[in-house]
Design a protein around this ligand. Structure first.
Ligand code: PLP
Length: 350
């Protein structure tokens, strides 16, 4: 499944899929109903769109002009990369993180300045500030994933402020909040207020995780109009399909269903993590719907052993080659994961 090989439909159904931080429960009933209703627009371009942009704008208290829809937040990351890295500009961020912006930069033959995480696996804000200043005016974009994928660790609201106040104000910062809904740590805060304040910040969100719409492709970016004016020329107004728009607008209204999924996934994550800790393994303090466990041996062969047991877990994330990223599935899936983990790794490691 990972990389080039796709499982056949039959094989796919039987696999335990803990590799892409997806939502194992599927979209809420209300969302399924809205999407089914929107199927009648399958033959149209100019269909009513369920009020998706208005719904997002109202949800965040921003204007329509601050919202850019994408076929997944990946599309917004690509648009930001294309718009802001033209002319050989550099992107600055940490490694490991969600690498899409770096890959996009590589496609444009641009440089990425990838800074190591701190010893405690957190993002090194002073190092990012320094790299931006040292490379100014050649930095086109700073990428900050909060919480970070693959570690699950947050950047605190003080650190976000330290970053934004520390760099030249005209340097755009993309703050990727794909896992925002899972955070419990009170030191975290969304960065949407910076958009409202007119800072050069793009906040991205996705319906792929909490709303379980990964296969439907819906995400968005929020930015002040001055920054949106740079992004919009690269946007494709037809990339988001009718079902995704209607499903997304309904998901934003069904807060109770999203809250249930959040509670279930957090409870399952905590239970799985405490079992792994009970076996003597260290797990990074995740605030997301996935976690990283330190195997104290190369993850690559362990990933393969899980694959042989019909369980897909995350790929290696250099330079953290002894850590395994595991997405949180249903309680049944996590108990299959734990059984396989004990089999593959042997007895407790105390
Ligand atoms: N950002 C982060 C941090 C992610 O982990 C992902 C997907 O795993 C995405 C963005 C892209 O999500 P999508 O394009 O499905 O919205």
């Amino acid at each position: 499944m990972s990389g080039s090989r796709r499982a056949s439909t039959g094989e796919y159904e039987s696999l335990v899929k803990l590799c892409f931080n997806e939502n194992p429960y599927g979209p809420p009933e209300s969302v399924m109903k809205a999407m089914t209703g929107a199927l009648k627009y399958a033959n149209r371009y100019g269909y009513p769109d369920g009020g998706i942009v208005q719904a997002i704008a109202a949800h965040h208290g921003v204007a329509h002009a601050n919202v850019l829809l994408g076929a997944g937040s990946s599309e917004i990351l690509d648009i930001a990369g294309t718009a802001l890295l033209v002319g050989g500009k550099k992107v600055v961020g940490v490694e490991p993180t969600f690498g899409a912006v770096y890959e996009h930069a590589a496609g444009l033959k641009d440089d990425a300045i990838r800074l190591p995480l701190r010893a405690d696996f957190r993002q090194d804000i002073p190092a990012i500030v320094k790299a931006v200043k040292d490379n100014h005016p050649n930095v086109g974009l700073v990428y900050l994933c909060n919480p970070n994928n693959p570690t699950g660790l947050i950047v605190t609201k003080e650190e976000v402020k330290e970053l934004l106040d520390g760099i030249p104000p005209e340097v755009p910062v993309l703050i990727d909040e794909a896992y925002h809904h899972f955070v419990e740590d009170p030191r975290y805060e969304t960065s949407v207020p910076y958009v409202l304040a007119g800072r050069q910040v793009i906040v991205t969100r996705t319906f792929s995780k909490i709303a379980a719409l990964a296969g439907m492709r819906l995400g968005y970016g929020l930015a002040p109009v001055t920054l949106m004016e740079r992004l919009r020329p690269y946007a494709d107004n037809l990339s988001v399909n009718a079902l995704a728009k209607w499903g997304g607008a309904t998901a934003l209204q069904d807060a109770a269903a999203l809250q249930r999924v959040r509670n279930d996934l957090l409870q399952t994550r905590k239970k799985t993590v405490s079992e792994l800790e009970g076996l003597g393994y260290q797990v990074l303090p995740s605030e997301a719907n996935f976690f990283m466990v330190n195997l104290r041996r190369q993850a690559r062969s362990v990933i393969q052993s899980f694959r042989e047991r019909g369980i897909l877990v995350g790929r290696p994330f250099p330079p953290l080659l002894e850590h395994l990223r595991v997405s949180v599935g249903t309680p049944e899936e996590m108990s299959r994961f734990l059984d396989a983990f004990k089999e593959i790794m042997g007895g407790p490691k105390h």
